[in-house]
Design a protein around this ligand. Structure first.
Ligand SMILES: C[S@@+](CC[C@H](N)C(=O)[O-])C[C@H]1O[C@@H](n2cnc3c(N)ncnc32)[C@H](O)[C@@H]1O
Length: 456
């Protein structure tokens, strides 16, 4: 951590742009890497990362770049306060760096837990997988009648009755199969990731709403997909175990990142994260298919209680207007940066007025206010546990609800300085949102994705 800040940030930008960690990088591929940093594209093909396709995830290569740049090793700790399905924790573990990951979404947290447990007896695990698959292939070699009425309608729209019955049998067999808790969790994750691949609905992201997507022509047999997935996961374990450096510690905490972390003050060498963007993306909805299938929830209301209400505000579906006062931007943001506070309040009030003119009456005003109230609380917590001169690196998108531009990275940078960070720097990665440009309802503001680096 001894390098000067300017040198380091220049290197991060250059390396992302140059794709130095891309084994087969060629000039055209280089520019493409910084385009992909904030997306899950790279991770979809990488061992372990590909165990769960999380569209909100970022590129594992970004975390690798930071670990190289800051020369982190077994003596250091990385913190990711929005660890999601564990990208940061998986890279840190492979590279031999200790990591604390925080995640409030219970289902996504569980995915991260499974992805960061590699300490299996591989021979024994192999045997367990083979015997599970043998039982399943035998049971499902003929059609079996199965009551599937327990599943909510959404699930029925995603599968033929026969395929759903087979998926249910796989689920129930896993649940009753002898074995350790970690093996069962491993099997469960293989089935979780099977669900979207096997589905006939175009279960494209971000939302699982089969009626709104074209049906895929090729529903795939649940058992065939599960068989492929569990073997791929087993092979991935072998790959990462052979590459793993040292025995770093990974601590995953299922908690709200706005709360005080059970970590010593000034104990973390680098914080890196991608917080929810201010783009009306509902993380709770993203896992509706999976949570319904596993019986974690049966309705929107249950998902709100178990997930939506636990997350920082980043979508209008999280807003209950009665929970907010007439002046929804917290006054303490004014103490952090008076100009940002005034601008935010002005934009929030403008969104409040626009809302009344628009058909959908979306609560973008409260979404924006809630977002900055919440993210600034997380920044305070991260500041407390970071060592002096260490960095908090965030991948962020700006936003323009109803066409009102909110420069998220700049506002958070300034609020960070109010919290105590010595300075901040913004590196633009790419412009985004172009795919919606044909939509006449959409604003014409060019949106960005950026890296915000705060230095304590
Ligand atoms: C952009 S995603 C991070 C994805 C992560 N980089 C990955 O690769 O999987 C943001 C995450 O923040 C989580 N989150 C939202 N509010 C939270 C809170 N209050 N505390 C902790 N995590 C939260 C969401 O559930 C989501 O998984």
């Amino acid at each position: 951590m001894e390098k000067s800040k300017a040198q380091t940030t220049r290197r991060i930008r250059d390396q992302l742009a140059l794709g130095l960690y891309d084994a087969d990088s060629v000039p055209t591929a280089r520019a493409a890497l910084s385009e992909r940093v904030g997306t899950f594209q790279d991770s979809l093909r990488a061992p372990i990362h590909r165990w769960f396709k999380y569209p909100a995830g970022f590129s594992y290569k970004f975390v690798e770049t930071l670990i190289e740049d800051y020369r982190l090793d077994a003596r250091h700790w990385i913190l990711d306060p929005f660890v999601g399905c564990g990208t940061t924790a998986v890279v840190a573990k492979e590279r031999g760096v200790n990591c604390v990951g925080i995640e409030a979404h219970p289902f996504v947290f569980q995915v991260a837990r499974v992805k960061t447990f590699w300490e299996f007896d591989l021979g024994a695990l192999y045997q367990r997988i083979e015997s599970l698959l043998m039982v399943l292939h035998k049971t499902l070699s003929r059609d079996v009648s199965q009551d599937v009425s327990e599943f909510p309608e959404l699930i029925h729209k995603c599968y033929s009755r026969r395929n759903l019955a087979r998926l249910k049998i796989i689920r129930d067999t896993i649940e009753s199969f002898d074995g350790s808790a970690v093996e069962r969790d491993f099997f469960r994750l293989a089935l979780t990731d099977t669900l979207r691949t096997a589905s006939r609905a175009g279960t494209g992201w971000p939302y699982i709403a089969p009626s709104r997507y074209h049906a895929k022509q090729n529903e795939r047999d649940g058992l065939a997909v599960f068989d492929e997935q569990i073997r791929l996961m087993f092979d991935d374990l072998k790959i990462v175990r052979s590459r793993q450096r040292g025995n770093a510690e990974t601590k995953l905490l299922q908690m709200d990142a706005r709360q005080v972390y059970p970590l010593e003050e000034a104990s973390v060498d680098l914080a890196v994260t991608s917080p929810p963007y201010l783009n009306n993306y509902d993380y709770a909805d993203r896992t509706r298919l999976e949570m319904y299938f596993w019986g974690w929830a049966k309705s929107w209301g249950e998902i709100t209680e178990k997930v939506r209400d636990k997350l920082i505000i980043a979508a209008t579906t999280q807003i209950r207007r009665n929970d907010f006062s007439d002046d929804p931007v917290n006054a303490d943001l004014g103490e952090l940066d008076a100009r940002v506070y005034d601008e935010l309040r002005a934009r929030v009030h403008r969104l409040g007025r626009l809302r009344l003119e628009k058909g959908g009456k979306k609560s973008y005003d409260l979404m924006v206010a809630g977002y900055f109230n919440d993210v600034s609380q997380v920044m305070r917590q991260v500041y407390r546990v970071l060592k002096p001169q260490s960095r908090f690196v965030l991948i962020l998108g700006d936003s323009a609800p109803y066409g009102v531009h909110i420069p998220t990275e700049e506002y958070l940078g300034k609020l960070g300085v109010g919290i105590g960070f010595r300075r901040y720097e913004i590196q633009q990665l790419r412009t985004r949102g172009e795919k919606w440009n044909h939509n006449p309802q959409r604003h014409q503001v060019a949106l960005r994705e950026s890296i915000l680096i705060l230095e304590k």
